[in-house]
Write a new protein. Structure first.
Length: 331
């Protein structure tokens, strides 16, 4: 993203916006130390209006350069941006530096495979990838806020699909479910059945986290929405799983088998299906720790993670049952 594609000797701007029908990308000169908001505003205005009225450039530039508190005082709706924890608000220079560092790492990583289409030593690459993978497993974060608020937005994927992420205004429920918190969307009627099913889903997830992936269960969260399309999502390495999906797809089917012992559970297909489903779903969300978009890089990470933990998953599945899901102690 922070690649400079134009000949800077003929263009004095610090950035350039390029677009096609699927993507809009803003490129910055590699060595700039601070954003030039007039340049950015000019590019945005050129993109939106074609002919750029100068007054609009200055209005946008002023907004980009103003602190959020100033914008709030002026009555501009910036509450969502202000809610981000301080740790996520970094100086623009830091962000540029970090991003270009990341890009450089990616370039290095891809070099073997992409420049000549060859991989000299798969085993060597695999070992390198394993190191990365295991360090990624420890990068999850705990979400501690009592509310999870997100405005509706449209996410443009590199694979050209366009996914609408619904708005969410969720509050953390007072109790934990096998130590996993549950975020419930406003206006959801909380029932005992729902809370019981939250325990079931949490039981599956902590089993997978503790025995298969060996990731901290603090990175796991449940959410209960009304009609969103998301089954799970990754919010900057905090993993969220939709309880409603479990309720609607699995809960009734597994109900007769909740008290089955571990020896008989291994022959019950719905228990396999649930376990496999959440296994691959966690793989998917963990792959987003490495790649946000659903692109070929993402597929590569997803496959690697799935294969890496498949054996542990199969072994643990043989002894898994819901029998003790009502207990408060871990297995
Ligand atoms: Zn995804």
């Amino acid at each position: 993203m922070y690649r400079w594609s134009c000949d800077s000797s003929t263009n004095s701007s610090s950035c350039a916006l390029e677009y096609n029908k699927n993507n809009v990308v803003l490129y910055f000169q590699k060595h700039i130390h601070a954003f030039d908001y007039i340049d950015i505003a000019s590019e945005l205005v050129r993109f939106i209006f074609k002919k750029s009225p100068d007054t609009i450039v200055h209005t946008i530039s002023d907004k980009l350069a103003s602190p959020l508190e100033t914008l709030k005082r002026r009555g501009i709706p910036v509450d969502r941006l202000l809610q981000y924890k301080q740790q996520y608000i970094r100086s623009t220079v830091q962000m540029i530096e970090q991003k270009s560092e990341l890009n450089n790492n990616n370039d290095n990583h891809e070099t073997h495979a992409k420049i000549n289409g060859c991989v000299e030593d798969f085993n060597h690459q695999q070992t390198k990838n394993d190191t990365k993978l295991f360090s990624m497993l420890n990068t999850g974060r705990e979400y501690t806020q009592t509310k999870f608020i997100q405005q509706e937005y449209v996410k443009n994927e590199i694979d050209h699909s366009c996914e609408v992420v619904p708005s969410a205004n969720m509050t953390r429920y007072k109790d934990l479910f096998h130590s996993i918190p549950l975020y419930i969307q406003q206006d959801v009627l909380i029932t005992n059945k729902m809370l019981d099913q939250a325990k079931q889903l949490a039981w599956v997830l902590i089993g997978l986290a503790n025995h298969v992936f060996k990731i901290s269960i603090e990175t796991l969260h449940l959410f209960r929405d009304i009609n969103g399309a998301r089954i799970a999502f990754n919010d900057r390495h905090a993993l969220f799983f939709n309880l409603r999906y479990y309720e609607q797809v699995f809960a009734d089917k597994v109900q007769p088998y909740l008290q089955a012992t571990s020896s008989s559970s291994s022959s019950i297909p719905i228990i396999h299906t649930i376990f496999n489903f959440y296994f691959i779903l966690i793989c998917h969300e963990l792959a987003h720790n490495l790649e946000m978009a659903h692109n070929s890089n993402f597929i590569h990470h997803l496959q690697t993670i799935a294969v890496k933990f498949m054996i542990e998953k199969d072994l643990f599945l043989q002894q898994f049952s819901f029998q003790n899901y009502l207990q408060n102690n871990f297995i």
